[in-house]
Design a protein around this ligand. Structure first.
Ligand SMILES: O=C(O)CCC(=O)C(=O)O
Ligand SMILES: [Fe+2]
Length: 762
């Protein structure tokens, strides 16, 4: 047994024949296996370990029926069913000889025919190499020779290809198609999924009915069973849809091509990565680029920017374009550029729109620049062009225009100032051509200011005479050439309030505020009392100034304030500005030196206007009342023996300092001690008038705020401190906005704020 061909290949052949012969006999096996299937089974068995092959065969054909075949087969494989387990591991990989499908078919068919015809002969006296019992117990002896005779011719053919197991595992080998395969298209290529049961059909199984459910499984675009060519007639709509789909699919396929970006950068503009230029060219281009960059850098470094705060203008000029020529780019801040005016005008500075009276010309040096007439004129013209000269009124415009001599005299009011102007201007005597000559005829708007020349637009000098006792008009007609000081900024205390201020003025007072409540209480306590001595020598006359007096004082101060020696913002010696507007009448109080002078040397060298007589008489009256209050005051009855003069001496004012506190105005704790030592020693009182918004006034024996007493000075109040109270420390902590009487503001247009006049004897 098994001597004939015990090689593994021989075992396969034997097995195939044995199985075919088993299948031949339908009645015994009950199996009608296709020869191709048998071939596949054999192939599998040959590839599998002997034990697996044995089990496989037993499970297909039944143990009883196949045990002989299995035993024989295993023996031929060089193992027995008992040790097949061990052998299965020790067995080396077997070479497999692939059978040609067609040949297998034909050979099997022939063999089957032959087998059926010569069945008995097979079992005859030829050399029997193996005996198997079929499933039904019938023995089927298969001789080696008969097997050899039935062996397909191809097997012996030269050139039969040896296939390794590895190749088999990769699925590169296809067994005859149609047989079942469960590789799930992992070993063989995918045909498709069965649309009915979902089985994954591989190439091994091929197109056709699904091996599981019988539904037709086809590849895409299959021509299986003559389906190609469209057996089914499709409607026009379907054809159109199909065409549309194809078009879309095609469109999608080539969209990348259609949207391709042609990048010129690398071809034309890039130097480094440009593949079209040589290294030498690259080097040259790089050098050129650096040069251009360097030049641009240099150009940017030389930008001239002129920031003109007064004119609210920033002028930028590139290197090379001169400022005087106005060649730069100009940015006007908050004002409209003179777009359609001449080049000269474009270069000019727009006047500050926020100041009441706009200076037309401000020059920090004498216009006589120390050179020839021509040089001076050229320099002046440069100033004009660069905007140092403001052109916002016809007078100055005429002055600064070369041929406007006549126009000047036409539009200027020949006031007292004309003559003085001629006297004072260093260049006024120059009757040459150009500016100098014109300035000669320019009367009203030119001032000589402490070494500076200034042309100012003057407020109208027509003062409405409110009361003959008041003296601005008199002062106006009396002023002489010695008092030609002037302020470049004019502050009008009676300017119409801006809308926001009107609103706040009408705002009702917040009586819940503790400060105001205190004020209300205090006013109530003083009701009906004309005056009260708060301290020996310190008297408050409540609401003492009449309405007319307050109105007239305001109007008078307004006129003085706008005129020569009018309101200005003083600065202390340390450079800090005071939080108020100030002007002095009679004498100038100089804040840096803390002394009284004849001229406002710290500002515009102006001579202070005199104290109006009406003011003086009001001061005298108030003092008398205050003295009587002191005498009557019960708290000092014990001092009755002293004459009133000792409590509150008389005084005749030499100076009136007029302060205007805007909303944020205040004045620190101080003593009024710049008056003469005699005056101070005598206790000559300071008399203070309050008009407009209420002030929170504080006073005490020292500077310390915590020791000070507070007092609310309302419009019309007069405070007198003299005698032993002359040197009290005092100050204004705050202004209570919107507290001025409405009748006062409506009659005078007084700005929000407080007007205060302090009269002193020097
Ligand atoms: O404004 C006031 O009430 C005080 C003014 C004052 O103290 C001063 O001018 O010296
Ligand atoms: Fe004071």
């Amino acid at each position: 047994m098994a001597q004939a061909d015990a090689s593994p290949a021989g075992a396969g052949e034997w097995l195939e024949k044995a199985l075919l012969s088993m299948c031949d006999d339908d009645s015994t096996t009950g199996l009608q296996l296709d020869p191709e299937v048998v071939t596949s089974l054999v192939s599998y068995c040959q590839l599998a370990p002997p034990s697996d092959a044995g089990e496989y065969l037993s499970s297909i054909f039944g143990h009883e029926r196949s045990k002989d075949v299995v035993a024989e087969y295993l023996q031929r494989r060089g193992t027995s069913s008992s040790n097949s387990q061990i052998d299965s591991y020790g067995e080396p990989l077997q070479a497999y000889v692939k059978a040609k499908t067609e040949e297998v078919w034909s050979t099997c068919n022939k063999k089957m025919n032959k087998a059926s015809k010569k069945k008995n002969g097979l079992l005859g006296g030829e050399e029997v190499t193996s005996t198997t019992e079929n499933v039904h117990g019938q023995s089927a002896d298969i001789t080696t020779s008969s097997l050899k005779a039935n062996r397909p011719k191809s097997r012996g053919k030269k050139g039969a290809k040896g296939v390794s197991l590895a190749e088999t595992a990769e699925g590169t080998i296809l067994f005859p198609r149609g047989g079942p395969c469960n590789c799930q298209a992992r070993r063989h290529k995918l045909i498709n999924n069965c649309l009915s049961c979902g089985k994954i059909v591989c190439e091994q199984e091929g197109e056709g009915p699904c091996n599981f459910c019988g539904t037709l499984v086809l590849t895409e675009g299959s021509s299986y069973a003559g389906l190609e060519g469209g057996v089914l007639a499709i409607s026009e709509a379907e054809a159109a849809a199909q065409a549309f789909k194809d078009r879309l699919v095609e469109y999608n396929k080539n969209s990348a091509l259609r949207t391709a970006v042609i990048d010129d950068q690398s071809d034309y503009f890039e130097t480094e990565g440009n593949s079209w230029i040589s290294d030498k060219e690259k080097h040259l281009l790089e050098k050129k680029r650096e040069e251009v960059e360097q030049a641009e850098l240099e150009r940017r470094k030389h930008v001239i920017v002129t920031i003109d705060l007064l004119g609210r203008k920033v002028v930028m000029a590139d290197n090379g374009s001169s400022k005087e020529a106005g060649g730069g780019e100009s940015i006007l801040l908050g004002s409209t550029p003179f777009k359609d005016e001449g080049a000269d005008k474009v270069a000019r500075i727009k006047p500050n729109p926020y100041i009441a009276e706009i200076p037309c010309f401000v020059e920090t040096q004498s216009l006589n620049h120390g050179g020839s007439k021509k040089q001076n004129r050229e320099k002046t013209e440069k100033l004009m062009k660069s905007g140092r000269i403001q052109h916002n009124d016809p007078v100055t415009e005429a002055l600064t225009s070369r041929n406007s001599r006549g126009a000047v005299s036409d539009c200027v009011d020949n006031s007292w100032e004309e003559q003085n102007l001629k006297d004072d201007c260093a260049f006024a005597a120059d009757d040459g051509d150009g500016l100098e000559c014109k300035l000669e005829t320019m009367p009203a708007n030119l001032r000589y200011l402490d070494g500076r020349k200034s042309i100012l637009k003057q407020p109208a000098l027509t003062t409405k005479v409110v009361n003959d006792n008041y003296s601005y008009t008199a002062w106006n007609s009396l002023k002489d050439s010695s008092s030609k000081g002037n302020s470049p900024v004019v502050f009008d205390i009676c300017e119409p309030p801006v809308q926001a201020e009107i609103g706040s003025r009408q705002r009702p007072m917040n009586l819940a505020s503790p400060l105001l409540q205190k004020q209300v209480d205090r006013v109530a306590s003083l009701e009906g009392v004309p005056g009260k001595m708060l301290h020996p020598g310190l008297v408050l006359l409540k609401n003492w100034l009449s309405m007319d007096e307050q109105i007239n004082i305001i109007k008078e101060c307004q006129q003085f304030g706008k005129g020569v020696g009018g309101f200005y913002k003083p600065t202390y010696g340390d450079g800090n500005a005071m939080h108020l507007w100030m002007m002095c009448l009679g004498k100038h109080w100089e804040p840096t030196m803390s002394s009284y002078l004849d001229k406002r040397v710290n500002y515009d060298n102006s001579t202070p206007p005199p104290i109006p007589l009406a003011f003086v008489s009001l001061v005298e009256k108030a003092l008398l009342v205050a003295q009587s209050v002191c005498a009557k005051d019960s708290s000092i009855r014990r001092m009755r023996s002293k004459i009133e003069q000792e409590i509150l001496p008389s005084m005749r004012p030499d100076v009136c300092i007029v302060n205007f506190y805007e909303r944020s105005g205040k004045l620190g704790m101080h003593q009024d001690k710049d008056e003469s030592s005699e005056s101070l020693a005598r206790g000559a009182p300071v008399i203070s008038f309050s008009i407009g918004d209420t002030a929170e006034f504080y006073y005490g024996n020292d500077r310390k705020a915590q020791n000070s007493k507070h007092l609310f000075l309302e419009s019309g109040d007069v405070l007198i401190f003299g005698g032993s109270a002359r040197m009290i420390y005092h100050g204004v902590e705050s202004i209570l906005p919107g507290t001025a009487p409405s009748w006062l503001t409506s009659k005078t247009n007084l700005r929000p704020g407080r007007l205060n006049l302090t009269f002193r004897e020097l």
